[in-house]
Design a protein around this ligand. Structure first.
Ligand SMILES: [Zn+2]
Ligand SMILES: [Zn+2]
Length: 433
């Protein structure tokens, strides 16, 4: 293991212990209020965060392994790939409270080879090896449409991108793009088996003529988006629970993907990850979507714990996490999640709040660790706080904010050694009506 990776891992282990200590602190604080000062609690009802009653669990809902994902076997030297079992072990060692291995199960290109039943049952067995008190393990798969001849690029052909499907424990049925051809069809399947779906890594694709002058890039019109949020409502039974909101994934560029797929060898491909703006667009269009952050880990390039989702669960169990996901009570984090809460009385992330109410934002962070905290709605920052001024409890009247979703976005001062991205936490929205 290179020294820099070792440093990252040690740092993650250290941060993880801080995180555990904080959980203990919150539990003891809530126990204190319950036992000793019930009168104060009722008198100051609005200043007590409703999140203090819940388990704060941190995990990763999008992981691949060589057990059943066609693209998770290392071809280059120096790269390490993992079986489903090994991925769960790594996630556990990184201190995650929950993890989901979500395999591709089908190659996106002809002849569309599928994982075997034996491979799939090996993934399920790997998840079942963990006791919930150690780590809550899920399994599922990543549905990919785009089975057309031009897999990446053709906006005219229906291309819905990738969806992570988290199955309930014990369920082994799945529905791939040859049977569930659209997100609406997939939603019907998920509702039937009790699964939930997450839009994976929304991004946009740009086709560039190699003769094109790079400096004129901004004037390029050819911005093709996959139809990531093209489904009715929130799917049957509101199964489309969230979207991965970044920060940016790696962009991919080059000529490598085009010639065999699109028969257009003269064109070059660029992808741009615009996860937060696409999520905002979807929210503005009436989608009820939590903020989710996952590693999409195939190899050892990204350590576990860098990109995680926090859920606020009523119990520490599979059912508790599924319920929290369905309620959209989540935080999406890059590096250690900020300890941030957005609430109004007893209403939390995912809830709808009357606009006559006050919003509370509470950020508990170390001095010097915050660059900026924003209260956002689609396309607009309503208010922002810089540096240490962001730390504390803030009360904001909701009456002048337009109806719709509002969420908190925090950018930290810390930058990771690996990808040089800043520590970021994005909360799921509260909806104002
Ligand atoms: Zn994907
Ligand atoms: Zn993936």
């Amino acid at each position: 293991m290179p020294l820099s990776m070792m440093t990252v891992r040690l740092k993650i282990i250290f941060l993880k212990s801080v995180w555990q200590l904080r959980k203990l602190f919150f539990l003891s604080v809530s126990a204190f209020y319950l036992v000793f000062v019930p009168v104060v609690v009722s008198a100051q009802e609005n200043s007590i965060s409703p999140y203090s009653r819940l388990f704060k669990l941190r995990g990763d809902l999008h992981i691949h392994s060589k057990t059943a994902s066609f693209d998770s076997i290392c071809l280059s030297p120096g790269c390490r790939s993992f079986s489903a079992s090994e991925q769960f072990t790594e996630a556990y060692q990184a201190g995650l409270d929950f993890a989901a291995v979500t395999e591709h199960l089908r190659h996106p290109l002809p002849p569309y080879k599928k994982a075997s039943e034996q491979q799939w049952h090996k993934v399920i067995a790997s998840a079942q090896r963990y006791r919930p008190e150690d780590m809550i393990t899920f399994y599922g798969y990543e549905w990919g449409s785009s089975m057309q001849s031009c897999y990446w690029l053709d906006a005219d052909k229906k291309d819905y991108g990738h969806r992570v499907v988290i199955l309930p424990p014990g369920e082994s049925r799945y529905c791939l793009a040859d049977q569930c051809r659209t997100p609406d069809e997939l939603a019907r399947f998920m509702a039937k088996v009790g699964a939930v779906g997450i839009t994976a890594h929304p991004w946009r694709t740009l086709i560039v003529d190699p003769k094109f002058n790079e400096q004129k890039r901004d004037s390029l019109p050819a911005f093709l988006s996959r139809n990531y949020f093209d489904y009715r409502g929130n799917g049957q039974d509101d199964v489309w629970i969230g979207a991965e909101v970044g920060p940016d994934f790696y962009s991919i560029s080059g000529q490598w993907a085009l010639s065999p797929i699109c028969e257009q060898p003269k064109l070059r491909l660029d992808t741009q990850t615009v996860t937060v703006p696409e999520w905002e667009d979807a929210l503005a269009n009436g989608k009820w979507l939590a903020a989710i952050s996952s590693s999409d880990r195939h190899f050892d390039f990204i350590p576990f714990g860098l990109r995680t989702t926090v859920v606020f669960a009523k119990e520490r169990s599979h059912q508790g996490i599924m319920e929290a996901l369905r309620a959209r009570r989540t935080l999406a984090a890059y590096m250690m999640p900020f300890n941030v809460e957005l609430y109004s009385g007893s209403a939390m992330f995912g809830d709808t709040v009357d606009k006559s109410k006050m919003l509370s934002i509470k950020l508990d962070a170390d001095s010097g660790s915050v660059e900026e905290m924003q209260l956002n709605r689609p396309g607009e920052t309503i208010r922002s706080w810089k540096g240490d001024n962001a730390i504390g409890l803030f009360r904001i009247p909701a009456q002048d904010i337009p109806s719709g979703p509002v969420w908190v976005h925090i950018i930290g001062t810390e930058v990771d050694d690996n990808l040089h991205l800043q520590r970021t936490t994005i909360t799921s929205p509260i909806w104002l009506k």
